[in-house]
Design a protein around this ligand. Structure first.
Ligand code: HEM
Length: 137
């Protein structure tokens, strides 16, 4: 579980990424496709600019709802079920984790401290576990 300090670190670091969210989304997808070109076909009919906005919006909602998990969990569970239908597998979540951490590192520079990284790892672990569990693979 996330400590109060970790929630604050995730929220304050995300606030620094928000102004560059379009660039961050681009960095994220290029890293994702570099790490695992096999995920590209999942996005074959996807407008990546639009998809990037959806991803950033959902992450913003998640980050803002860290103190309000009872509202967030059902939304993330539904998201996880839809991802199974998109062809996403549990191992894809590890690749997305790596792409997200790389994006945060590039976007935050020196502000991506070890504590901030650990807080993001914990946050992503909670989100991805909730999605994977709900999808019942
Ligand atoms: C915390 C993790 C994730 C978040 C917050 C997230 C967020 C989103 C959102 C908001 C959408 C828009 C459609 C919807 O709401 O159902 C979406 C679609 C999608 N996501 Fe994710 N996602 C995550 C993990 C992943 C992973 C691990 C993959 C695998 C590579 C993935 C691949 C896709 C694909 C293929 C679509 C459908 C694109 C389309 O509609 O054409 N996502 N995701």
């Amino acid at each position: 579980m996330l400590t109060e300090q970790q929630k604050s670190l995730v929220q304050s670091s995300w606030a620094k990424v928000a102004p560059i969210s379009e660039t961050a989304a681009q960095l994220f997808y290029s890293k994702l496709f570099e790490l695992d070109p096999a995920v590209k076909p999942l996005f074959k009919s996807t407008d990546l600019k639009e998809q990037g906005e959806k991803l950033m919006k959902t992450l913003t909602l998640a980050v803002n709802s860290l103190n309000n998990l009872e509202t967030l969990v059902p939304i993330v569970q539904q998201l996880g079920k839809r991802h199974k239908e998109y062809g996403v597998t549990p191992s894809h979540y590890d690749t997305v984790a790596a792409a997200l951490l790389d994006t945060l590192s590039k976007g935050l520079g020196d502000d991506f401290t070890p504590d901030t990284k650990a807080a993001w790892v914990e946050t992503y672990t909670v989100l991805s576990k909730t999605m994977i569990d709900a999808a019942e693979y």
